[in-house]
Design a protein around this ligand. Structure first.
Ligand code: PLP
Length: 373
């Protein structure tokens, strides 16, 4: 049995992405920055991919900066704006570490969230001022799936810190949420290919015109001087193909997977005592099922599930293995004991009804075994 319920960590490659990449890993090659035909062919592939990614993000092709993944896009957004402006960054307390750490390094401030993992708008308003250069609030959280009220955040930033730009990490949201409208709300948007069926190690930051951004990586001046380094042509082409396939099937996938998630969560809640769902399902991405089991240690549960072929996570992949409650659950006010019994089951485009049924057969037994000691 193999039931993969860790799509928030990474997703299987979409066949369309593999097909698009294969020529660039075999017969095709070329440095897109050169001037001869071989180079021009590679540049054309990158340009076409840029058009596709821009359309999927609701921005212009010239606003897309290709990066080596979501982490780099987030770092570029925060550190790049701080370096260019000398201002202070502000972010929500439940950001991915790819935002949280650059904000901390730059001496920025964190804004709390409520019990459902939604940013505290009053606290945000109180934190903003004329010295703030960038506000970073993710569109959907990677652990609990909470979708943030970005339009309200933007209105507060406009009022309290009109000089600041708004960055949103849309890495987890992209598979589920139509970002075409988002370009009007956020000035900077991060995405990562491997969260939607593309390859690992490639992502993008959409940068609205007029945003002052210093590069993190200096060199040959690629990506309009914003991100030097020879392009990862195969990765970029694969990302575009995966993005197109994702957007094409997004509404239907979100509806189908949302129902599977509801079945998974509802059955888990009904089948045993002392299990609590995290967050408000009305404000969550459809692929996220997050629960906490009292009197269970997440790590032990993950090992038992792994033994029977159910692959899940206790939180973000980077935090797994550490016996500390995740910063997200702490910020949401989940008591430590409860947070240590958390389980994230993340569904994706390839998740089936069978996956959910098999998971539901083994999870309650595993929990009961651990509780029995
Ligand atoms: N932001 C969020 C919300 C994520 O979930 C992740 C990956 O887990 C990242 C950023 C980092 O992206 P990448 O793995 O492409 O560096």
């Amino acid at each position: 049995m193999a039931v993969y319920l860790d799509h928030a960590a990474t997703t299987p490659m979409r066949p369309a992405a593999v097909d698009a990449m294969l020529p660039w890993l075999t017969t095709h090659f070329g440095n897109p920055s050169g001037s001869h035909s071989v180079s021009r062919h590679a540049r054309q592939a990158v340009d076409e991919a840029r058009d596709v990614v821009a359309a999927c993000l609701g921005c212009e092709p010239g606003e897309v900066v290709f990066t080596a993944g979501g982490t780099e896009a987030d770092n570029l957004a925060v550190t790049g704006v701080v370096a260019a402006t000398g201002g202070r960054p502000v972010c929500s307390a439940i950001e991915h570490h790819a935002v949280l750490h650059p904000v901390e390094v730059a001496g920025g401030s964190l804004v709390g969230v409520d019990g459902d993992g939604r940013v505290d708008l009053d606290q945000l308003a109180g934190t903003l001022g004329p010295d703030v250069a960038v506000v970073s609030v993710m569109l959907a959280n990677n652990e609990v799936g909470a979708i943030q009220p970005l339009a309200a955040v933007e209105a507060i930033v406009d009022e309290r810190a009109p000089q600041a730009v708004l960055h949103t990490d849309a890495v987890q949201a992209f598979p589920w949420v139509d970002l075409a409208e988002l370009g009007r709300v956020a000035d900077l948007i991060s995405v990562s290919a491997h969260k939607f069926g593309g390859p690992q190690g490639v992502g993008a930051l959409a940068v609205r015109p007029g945003v002052r951004l210093a590069p993190l990586i200096h060199g040959g001046g690629q990506e309009r001087e914003r991100r030097s380094g020879t392009h990862n042509v195969a990765g970029i082409v694969g990302m575009a193909a995966a993005a197109q396939a994702t957007v094409g099937g997004r509404a239907a996938t979100a509806e189908r997977v949302g129902k599977l998630r509801d079945e998974l969560a509802d059955t888990l809640l009904a089948s045993m005592p002392d299990v609590v769902e995290t967050g408000d399902r009305r404000h969550k991405i459809p692929g996220n099922c997050h629960v906490c089991f009292d009197r269970v240690e997440s790590e032990a549960l993950l090992v038992l599930l792994d033994d029977v072929g159910v692959y899940a996570s206790a939180g973000s992949a980077c935090a797994s293995g550490a016996m500390e409650p995740s910063h997200v659950l702490v910020a949401m006010g989940v008591p430590t004991e409860r947070a240590l019994g958390s389980l994230r089951l993340s569904l994706g485009a390839t998740t089936t009804e069978d996956d959910v049924e098999l998971a539901l057969k083994v999870i309650p037994d595993a929990v009961a075994r651990l509780r029995a000691g």
